[in-house]
Design a binder for this molecule. Structure first.
Ligand code: ADP
Ligand code: UDP
Length: 234
């Protein structure tokens, strides 16, 4: 596998071409941002852990019938994925109230939602990732209705699968963000699944084991990522 030209330098990952035009190489960095890019820092070893955890989650999902872009992990920080035509949306699923929902709906952090809630955000740094509904998405032609339905179906499947997997490790899945892309007329799960884009709480102590430790300056950031890796893969 030849690492080709840098295609895109993201906030947490870099994306390279490979010698296969249908595949890309994703390099996981230790860089972390929050507050729409205003806060920047390094979480030592995060790239290695997020690569391992993403591999773990994508494989578990595949075993349960959920396809993703994941092809192969080829290095500590490097993963080969199928090259997709990315949909400029962030699909968020919530089980328990946290983060932006606390302010927006005036609910207390930790409140169990009676049904999982799905939200869409426009992936646009210039606009600060505004929340969209299905009509905005269709008006902006970001995705077609059947693509939205496919994404929502996969998002709820991922929720059920991850929730069960994590529950067995004494971790509650509070919420998470997914990204999707198109390949041959199909919508496929992409990007990463890690403590960077999920909220994980210890079931008993409710200790936060995710990027909120960085966002909220709680300390023990590296340790939280390591703990998630240990619980899931060791
Ligand atoms: P950001 O773009 O928010 O800074 P990252 O640092 O995570 O995010 O960069 C990774 C980029 O790679 C994202 O823009 C993501 O949409 C894109 N990406 C993820 N998976 C694929 C894929 N399979 N094909 C093409 N692009 C992808
Ligand atoms: N999230 C993400 N990237 C973003 C915004 C949110 O991965 O740009 C994830 C976040 O980790 C959480 C979920 O999406 O698991 C819901 O986040 P929320 O809307 O509460 O955002 P925040 O509190 O980060 O503003």
């Amino acid at each position: 596998m030849i690492k080709g030209e840098l295609l895109y330098e993201g906030k947490a990952k870099s994306v390279f071409r490979t010698d296969n035009p249908g595949e890309l190489l994703i390099y996981f960095k230790d860089d972390a941002t929050a507050l729409n890019g205003e806060k920047h820092g390094i979480i030592e070893g995060k790239g290695i852990i997020n690569n391992k955890l993403s591999e773990f989650f994508f494989k578990q999902l595949k075993d349960r019938g959920v396809k993703s872009h994941f092809v192969e992990k080829i290095g500590e920080r490097e993963m080969i994925v199928k090259k997709l035509d990315m949909i400029k949306l962030e699909v968020v699923v919530r089980n328990i109230v946290a983060g932006s929902l606390v302010k927006r709906l005036g609910l207390e952090e930790g409140t169990q939602l009676p049904v999982p809630v799905v939200e869409y955000y426009y992936k646009s740094d210039e606009l600060g990732d505004p929340m969209l509904n299905r009509y905005h998405i269709m008006a902006l032609d970001l995705a077609k209705i059947d693509e939205l339905n496919q994404m929502e179906h996969v998002a709820f499947s991922v929720n059920t699968i991850l929730r069960d997997l994590l529950r067995a490790k004494n971790v509650d899945l509070i919420d998470f963000k997914l990204e999707f892309g198109r390949l041959d007329g199909e919508v496929i799960l992409a990007d990463e699944i890690s403590p960077d884009n999920c909220r994980f709480w210890d079931t008993v102590t409710h200790e936060k084991l995710d990027k909120d430790r960085f966002r909220q300056d709680l300390g023990g950031v590296e340790e939280a990522y390591q703990e998630m890796l240990k619980r899931l893969t060791l």
